[in-house]
Unconditional design. Structure first.
Length: 480
């Protein structure tokens, strides 16, 4: 067993782990190649020999490298070949209304069925959440100050939480003051407030394709139209396609997830984020930035937010702690830039205030350093589970299946051969006690009929592995 190490060392060894793992995945280091010696990498990275050894131990445990006596470490032969990746999406390029989400509701109902292996909803497993610590903090706050825990938390919301959010924003390049932030009941509410602040019923909203079905349902519920923009599974939305669309359509706002889009897991490069913000500012078009998965980066560096390049106040940054800490607490926030007053007014007329105790508990969790420790753990777990799920899909699904390479978050997007109908697969899987999210959910025009999204937020078990084998068998049957 590896010796216990300090959190700072943990960050260093994970940085080395991810760097070598990425070199192996991208083919820079091939099976049979010798990886850099421990002492050489120690000198190059300016870290201790024990830190490099810790990283190599983790790489060895995951089957990526192997030690050879008196020779060093080598890349292991792969027992499975990673599937090909999907290409750039090709939506129609015309704005469209969004239909009612009956299928979405059916999938959400599956969450409440304990008899199903729930792979259809992007919800973190309760086993990975610090629920007991948060509950203790909430109880303690309630005892210490009963009036604070049972009073209206009117806009802009709990100051303690806004202070902690502003401090964390420095990690992704944003210089925010507490007064720049408005709390909300989850990221979905923050996005809703942002949309209502910048657009009206009948307006066209540009969004990634595919994108999170909750975003599409929200656009439809507000009487707006969705314009799907081609999106690459690694680099995110195509700026050329967006510019082409803006020249031909009157776009009221863009609603994008530059960091680990759901369902693709892609991350827009920094230079693209900067160009996106500049491009939209030149046309006076607001960007609503969904950053809900931003903290779940598999690499050593959390990507910068597009908001960090905003000089005009046109970027509305939205986030929550639902994917990292407490889905049930519904604690989110928005940094709305020049739309601050309108967002505050909309919040007041819609919900008046947030629940106070959950916000204060999360603020205290952040202030005491518990959040960073927790993130280091879940990032490792999610990266590992995404790898395990990818390997299982490669072994079980039909030949020709393509799988994304998420850089963060905890979902996989799977593109099967054209003969496979994911809606039919959804019903067949339910009968086999497995829930999935079929591709048409993630498109305003119900595209991606041969695609599914799978949740990797549940710890890997025999039941999950069996569910993937079942899905692969059902998909192969459809192939004939």
């Amino acid at each position: 067993m590896a010796p216990a190490i300090a959190p700072a060392d943990e960050t260093l060894y994970m940085r080395i782990f991810h760097r070598i793992a990425l070199m192996i995945e991208q083919g820079t280091l091939r099976p049979g190649d010798r990886v850099p010696s421990v002492r050489k990498l120690s000198r190059q990275e300016g870290v201790s020999v024990s830190t490099v050894l810790q990283a190599y131990t983790q790489l060895e445990a995951r089957g990526l490298i192997e030690a050879r006596p008196q020779s060093g470490f080598y890349v292991r032969p792969r027992l499975w070949a990673p599937p090909a990746e999907p290409g750039m999406s090709k939506p129609s390029g015309k704005a469209t209304p969004v239909s009612a989400g009956e299928l979405t509701l059916n999938i959400l109902k599956a969450v409440r069925n304990p008899g199903l292996v729930a792979l259809g909803t992007a919800i973190p497993s309760p086993e990975l959440l610090p629920t007991q610590q948060l509950n203790r903090m909430m109880a303690s706050i309630g005892r210490r100050d009963q009036s604070a825990g049972n009073s209206y938390d009117v806009p802009p919301g709990a100051l303690q939480l806004r202070v902690q959010v502003a401090r964390r924003a420095l990690d992704y390049g944003c210089l925010l003051a507490p007064d720049d932030i408005v709390t909300a009941t989850g990221c979905q509410k923050a996005l809703n407030l942002g949309l209502r602040a910048v657009a009206c019923p009948g307006d066209t909203i540009a969004e990634e394709s595919p994108t999170y079905h909750g975003i599409l349902q929200m656009i439809g519920a507000l009487g707006m139209k969705a314009l799907e923009i081609p999106t690459h599974p690694r680099d995110g939305v195509s700026l050329d396609a967006l510019e082409y669309a803006m020249d031909r359509e009157r776009i009221a706002a863009c609603l994008f997830t530059p960091t680990f889009n759901n369902p693709l897991g892609c991350a827009m490069p920094d230079e693209n984020r900067k160009e996106l913000v500049k491009m939209l500012a030149g046309r006076g078009i607001p960007l609503i930035e969904d950053d809900i998965y931003g903290d779940i980066a598999f690499g050593p560096q959390r990507p910068r937010a597009a908001k960090s390049y905003d000089t005009e106040g046109l970027v509305l940054l939205c986030d929550s702690f639902s994917k990292t800490l407490a889905p049930g607490y519904r604690v989110g926030w928005c940094a709305p830039g020049r739309f601050q007053k309108k967002v505050e007014h909309l919040k007041f007329t819609n919900t008046i205030a947030n629940a106070t105790l959950p916000a204060l508990a999360i603020a205290e969790f952040l202030a005491t350093g518990g959040y960073e420790h927790h993130l280091r753990r879940v990032r490792r777990v999610y990266a590992e589970q995404v790898g395990l799920m990818t390997a299982a899909v490669a072994a079980s699904f039909p030949d020709g299946t393509k799988v994304t390479r998420p850089q963060g978050g905890h979902v996989l997007w799977i593109e099967m051969p054209g003969k496979v109908d994911s809606l039919e697969l959804f019903h067949q899987a339910l009968a086999a006690k497995v829930s999935i999210a079929p591709g048409p959910l993630f498109s305003a025009k119900q595209k991606y009929r041969n695609c599914v999204r799978l949740n990797c937020g549940t710890p890997w078990t025999e039941a999950v592995e069996g569910a993937i084998k079942t899905l692969g068998m059902l998909a192969k049957k459809q192939m004939g």
